[in-house]
Design a protein around this ligand. Structure first.
Ligand code: GDP
Ligand code: MG
Length: 447
């Protein structure tokens, strides 16, 4: 997913100036990346047009400055990536608060969406979320389509200690209409209506939802979208928006492999932004949507997920997660480095693995490892004292340490110095990535 962006960046690397030509080339790469991230084609076009405009604006600005004798401080690549990053955020950010609350009386939140998108689950999650915030929600089971739907909400409601209202045998519209009296009776201040869905948008469903809307006049209508539907998000959100005027979107199943491009598409098409994210099946796997996090996910930083899967083959999942986390946060030590080298040897081709690490395909040639070299590295690190493993800078401060390790491991001093430099470079690079808004913090489910 990140390939396009990284290639775009590579093409601009070393250039100090954005020009009409290099912007065009970079935009072509970005286009691929967005399509891979499941952003809809029409939305991609609008996005590219805006990035182009801003980048060209930058060209003009920098030239004007250049004539004044000023020199550029940032590279063309950095400028370009920043423009893309900011524009992605712009494409996903909604105005005002996520939910509108009634000034007095009871606030209504109507959940709509296709069957299986996560409406019922998200209703319970949202109720729990609001309850934590001091609100007193009432859940309304208004999906009379499937017999099990009511029971599903009742079970979820019970698990989060929130009442669920339903009248067996009644129509969804009648149930929703009567929910307000029930909320008053129970002293509840927010009503969340869990409605029925279909596999595709159809008129009967839309009519039912429109009727409910007319009767209860909810302050909020949230469309629940499964992130995995990717490009279809455009068609679906447009269909619902045209009939119901959505106020926001809940994007679910972001804990899976979904690329998140849907978040860019829905806002562009409906004007309603993604406000909440579902990041797992449990009722606590729910959070306010953060456009910054998703921008990094769309921009991508390497196939971290793929890397994790490889790790799982040789070590247990928790250790792999902890290791990857440490690496990405930049606080891994030479000891961790050694442990990983041993693990990598068990895992097979190093190049494969390195390719999946964020930024690793950008390593200068001389930093690339080859499998035979691992044995030498292991020998060298084994000759480090534990103090030196924790603080490799010691070798730079005191070169006599390098000589000792070289003798102990039977390698040239040059090789020891290179190892230290390579390690510090890697650590710094990882640290930088961790710092870019927290790479791992941006992958739902990884905290
Ligand atoms: P509905 O038909 O729209 O009411 O959808 P449900 O709430 O019944 O959800 C359909 C399925 O998706 C259920 O198995 C849920 O557990 C699952 N689900 C919902 N939200 C999420 C999520 O954020 N992550 C994951 N992994 N599964 C989810
Ligand atoms: Mg349901």
């Amino acid at each position: 997913i990140a390939k396009g962006f990284r290639q775009a960046k590579n093409r601009l690397a070393g250039l100090t100036e954005l020009t009409e030509q290099n912007i065009e080339t970079a935009l072509r790469e970005v286009r691929l990346s967005l399509l891979e991230a499941d952003v809809e084609l029409g939305v991609v076009k609008v996005f590219l047009a805006r990035v182009k405009e801003k980048a060209l604006g930058e060209v003009v600005r920098v030239r004007a400055k250049g004539q004044g004798g000023e020199t550029m401080k940032v590279s063309a690549a950095d400028q370009f990536v920043k423009i893309c990053h900011d524009e992605i955020i712009e494409f996903m950010t909604g105005e005002g608060p996520a939910l509108t609350f009634a000034e007095k009386g009871i606030t209504g939140i109507m959940m709509v969406g296709l069957q299986g998108s996560g409406k019922t689950t998200s209703s319970a999650k949202l109720a729990r979320y609001l309850q934590k915030d001091g609100k007193k929600p009432l859940l309304v089971a208004a999906d009379m389509q499937r017999p099990a739907a009511v029971e599903q909400l009742q079970v979820l409601g019970k698990s989060v200690d929130i009442p669920v209202f339903n009248i067996p045998g009644e129509s969804p519209v009648a149930i929703c209409e009567k929910a307000e009296a029930e909320a008053k009776r129970l002293g509840r201040d927010v009503i969340i209506y869990d409605t029925a869905g279909r596999l595709a948008i159809d008129e009967a469903l839309m009519q039912e939802l429109a009727d409910i809307k007319t009767k209860v006049e909810p302050e909020n209508i949230l469309l629940v979208v499964d992130a995995m539907i990717g490009q279809d998000a455009v068609k679906v959100s447009k269909g619902f928006h045209d009939r119901l005027s959505l106020t926001g979107v809940v994007l679910t199943k972001l804990d899976g492999d979904a690329r998140g491009g849907a978040a860019m598409s829905v806002k562009e098409v409906t004007g309603a932004a993604v406000r909440f994210a579902g990041i797992g099946e449990g009722t606590d796997k729910f959070e306010e949507f953060r456009p910054e996090g998703m921008a990094s996910r769309v921009l991508g930083m390497g196939d971290v997920v793929g890397l994790m899967k490889d790790f799982e083959d040789v070590v247990d999942q928790e250790k792999a997660a902890a290791d990857a986390m440490k690496m990405l946060q930049g606080d891994f030590t030479l000891d961790d480095f050694l442990a990983q080298i041993r693990m990598i040897q068990k895992m097979g081709s190093l190049k494969d693995i390195m390719g999946k690490l964020p930024g690793m395909d950008q390593l200068p040639a001389d930093v690339n490892l080859d499998d035979r070299e691992l044995v030498k590295i292991e020998a060298m690190i084994s000759s480090f004292t534990s103090f030196e493993r924790r603080d490799p800078y010691a070798l730079i401060r005191e070169p006599s340490r390098v000589a000792r390790i070289a003798r102990g491991s039977g390698t040239p001093e040059q090789a020891v110095s290179e190892l230290v430099q390579r390690f510090l470079f890697m650590k710094q690079m990882m640290g930088n990535m961790g710092g870019m808004g927290g790479l791992l913090g941006n992958i739902p489910g990884m905290r």
